[in-house]
Design a protein around this ligand. Structure first.
Ligand code: PEP
Ligand code: MN
Length: 337
């Protein structure tokens, strides 16, 4: 990092900064100009907090050189990470599609929807058994029973299953029943949860928090990777802005930005971004065109009666037409589905 001292910093102050740099395990590179003194702190600065120097009276500003995330960065690993999940490949040439209801509401509906999305070409099944609801009075999910239904849907269709983990105490259950663990937007910075999934080797979908920056998303991914689990899939699902025409604002630019900054696969969830089923198809097409490695969409056979997120859920026929559309877009950008 580069530490710029205030004009008129005394020799004693310069020395105190130099000592602090050395004490932090970094080397000093001193540059004394006519007006300013600049100290280069050389070495792996990621373990040293810039605030450690900013707090000193003689310091004007501190400029980190390295990105604060390491293991998940493109600099650390140039090639795209490709995940093999059962017999599916994520992050390779083909765009993958996660589809299923917001919540697993029961056996019949889950199996029915699973059959429908499989028929239209989905790659993975999604469905929440533990639901993060804004209201404590809303449907909270079927819990373990929901996980068992998802496992049955996987056996029946051959589609691997992704489902959300909300509580560290449930991790063994998810490892047992699910193929991919989802960390939802509301828990993107639940660091205990991130650490726990980092200790397992299950692939993790990390959804972007609704008010999180791209850098914060990557720092959360770094939490998981730092525990040894590099099987991480990042998911843009819309962020909160002043705009009220959609449930969230789909940050399409996050997709190419993430692809530049990280080697991890990146997927997009246009359902939670849009909040309205009639917008989902267009946003899904845009996401594929912008380089997403996959799409996650909510599908329900009776959205009017859904226990969560009905308005944004595609009916199976609409899902089938979305699949055709993103198939055409992915072919146009040199990928298949
Ligand atoms: C979900 O996938 O159903 C969900 C709750 O998503 P998010 O965490 O992005 O709101
Ligand atoms: Mn949902």
């Amino acid at each position: 990092m580069i530490i710029v001292l205030k004009p008129g910093a005394t020799e004693k102050e310069i020395e105190s900064v130099e000592n602090k740099v050395r004490d932090s395990g970094l080397q000093v590179h001193l540059s004394k100009g006519v007006e300013r003194t600049i100290i280069g702190a050389i070495g792996d600065e990621r373990k040293v907090d810039a605030a450690f120097f900013e707090v000193m009276d003689c310091v004007e500003k501190v400029m980190p050189i390295l990105k604060p995330f390491k293991l998940v960065s493109r600099e650390f690993k140039q090639d795209d990470t490709v995940l093999e999940i059962r017999d599916k490949v994520l992050g390779g040439d083909r765009v993958v599609v996660f589809a299923g209801p917001c919540s697993v509401e029961g056996r019949d509906m889950m199996l029915d929807i699973a059959d429908e999305v499989k028929r239209s070409g989905a790659t993975f099944l999604r469905g929440g058994a533990f639901k993060p609801r804004t209201s404590p009075y809303s449907f909270q999910g079927l819990g373990v029973e929901g996980l068992k239904i998802l496992a049955e849907a996987r056996e029946r269709t051959g589609l691997p299953v992704a489902t959300e983990l909300m509580d560290t105490r449930d991790i063994d259950l998810l490892v047992e029943y699910a193929d991919i663990i989802q960390i939802g937007a509301r828990n993107m910075q639940n660091f205990k949860l991130l650490t726990e999934v980092g200790k397992s080797d299950k692939p993790v979908i990390l959804k972007r928090g609704m008010s999180a920056t791209v850098h914060e998303l990557l720092m959360s991914a770094e939490y998981i990777a730092s525990q040894g689990n590099a099987n991480i899939i990042l998911c843009e699902r819309g962020i909160r802005t002043f705009e009220t025409a959609t449930r969230n604002t789909f940050d399409i630019s996050a997709l190419p930005v993430l692809k530049q900054l990280t080697h991890l696969p990146v997927i997009a969830d246009p359902s939670h971004a849009a909040g309205k089923s009639e917008l989902v198809q267009d946003l899904a097409a845009a996401a594929v065109a912008a380089g997403a490695d996959g799409i996650m969409v909510e599908v329900h056979n009776n959205p009017e009666a859904a226990l969560s997120d009905g308005p944004q859920s595609l009916k199976p026929e609409r899902f089938a037409s979305m699949m055709k559309r993103i198939g055409a877009v992915s072919a146009a950008v040199g990928r298949g589905i």
